[in-house]
Design a protein around this ligand. Structure first.
Ligand SMILES: *Cc1c(COP(=O)(O)O)cnc(C)c1O
Length: 409
């Protein structure tokens, strides 16, 4: 059914896999273990010769159903789900890299990904941070031992957009794994496969789940990378289909050794949430555009960061690559305006750290999620003390504008 639309494919995906009793939703299967009448079958499942489930840390039917949904959304070949987005990033990279390897990463990164990359450096994996809005900076950071390039689509909180297309071409030319974090755009706005991504990570906690009621993350292999040229694949995972070497190693090493597995209950919440992704995202993007334009005109706001504004440095790139401009925008307040005062005067908009929720959330980033990073690194990322990041939800726009008017009065 690959020709069908985004909604249709997602809504009907559970039914395509022989569901129990004809159910329309994949049920929540809490069982940790699975019994086999013929012990040989159990052995074959362990040996990868027969499809099936052995133990909940590696695989669960409810989680498998969600993985299949994400694979379809991203037009990939296989996905592995984890307990959180960070677990997906950490488990994937720790499965694929070894001491002595080098990676190039965008300097404009989700705070915890940045923190994890510092951990990688302590394990002997070198990381070079570059301004990924231009591919030439990525290129000049490449070394003999570079294995992978990591970028986000729209970076948080300043909304820089990596030169996704050109970096993809560069990675293809150099045989590098191109790892794209699609959380901010989601597969509704953007398919990283179209710019040559090898692996895609989505934090399902954010807009795909959408309701702020479950944590999850998933890594998807697009099938574009030639794993036979990647020397870090263990002999055991070099099976016939070379396309599956990478995702198999992520599944085996990432889930089995590190064990940050997604719960079946979370998988159910996230799957239900994902059914309305396009509707929610379209509305949130349209709200974000109105609010960003409002803020752009306001005297108490010094600067607005939103890819939908024509003065945004990568506005044209966003227009070409993405279906819409996203639901995240940030503002720098004028010098004499206190970000805590503004936030405390808001009624509908909640001071909260999540994003991609149906509710509009706001956070003073320098004092919270980017606090630990220190002043210097914050400055290098363009994060001012007065910056507020908004994750726009699906409320009526009048109510959100009302909040801004009150808070800035
Ligand atoms: C939130 C987020 C993550 C991590 O996801 P969690 O589910 O919170 O672990 C990774 N990347 C980006 C861009 C995010 O916004």
């Amino acid at each position: 059914m690959s020709k069908k639309g985004f909604y249709t494919k997602n809504l009907h995906s559970d039914r395509s896999d022989n569901p129990e009793h004809g159910v329309l939703h994949k049920p929540i299967h809490p069982s940790v273990a699975y019994g086999y009448e013929d012990a040989r079958h159990l052995a074959e499942v362990f040996q990868g010769k027969r499809a099936g489930y052995n133990y909940g840390r590696q695989l669960n039917p409810t989680v498998t159903a969600l993985q299949n949904k994400i694979t379809t959304m991203e037009d990939g070949i296989a996905s592995v789900a984890f307990a959180t987005g960070m677990a997906a990033i950490a488990s994937s990279l720790l499965s694929l890299l070894k001491a002595g390897d080098h990676i190039v990463s965008s300097a404009f990164l989700f705070g915890n990904t940045n923190s994890f990359f510092n951990t990688l450096e302590r394990l002997g994996i070198e990381v070079t941070f570059v301004d990924a809005t231009e591919a030439r900076f990525v290129e000049s950071a490449l070394q003999e031992n570079t294995r992978l390039v990591f970028v986000e689509t729209i970076a948080n909180p300043v909304t820089q957009i990596a030169d996704l297309q050109a970096i993809g071409q560069l990675c293809q030319l150099k045989g590098l794994i191109y790892f794209v974090d699609n959380t901010m755009t989601s597969p509704h706005l953007f398919l990283p496969k179209q710019v040559g991504a090898s692996l895609i990570i989505n934090s399902l906690t954010k807009v795909i789940g959408g309701h702020g009621n479950a944590l999850g993350g998933v890594v998807t292999d697009t099938g574009l990378y030639d794993w036979s040229s990647f020397e870090n694949i263990h002999q055991t995972y070099r099976a016939e289909n070379t396309k599956l070497w990478g995702i198999t190693q992520i599944k085996k090493k990432g889930l089995r050794d590190m064990g940050a597995s997604m719960s079946p209950e979370a998988a159910h919440h996230l799957a239900v949430g994902s059914e309305t992704l396009p509707m929610r995202m379209d509305r949130a993007c349209s709200n974000a555009m109105v609010l960003a334009e409002f803020c752009e005109q306001h005297e108490k706001i010094k600067c607005v960061y939103y890819p939908g504004l024509s003065k945004h440095p990568q506005h044209e790139r966003a227009r070409q690559l993405f279906k819409n401009f996203g639901a995240i925008f940030s503002i720098d307040l004028a010098n004499d305006v206190d970000c805590f005062d503004v936030l405390n005067k808001m009624e509908t908009i909640i001071s909260s750290s999540n994003l991609g929720d149906n509710r509009t959330l706001a956070i003073p980033v320098a004092h919270t999620i980017y606090y630990e990073m220190g002043e210097q690194r914050r400055a290098s990322m363009g994060i001012a003390d007065s910056m507020i990041r908004f994750s726009v939800g699906i409320e009526e726009i009048e109510d959100l504008l009302d909040d801004f008017n009150k808070a800035l009065a």
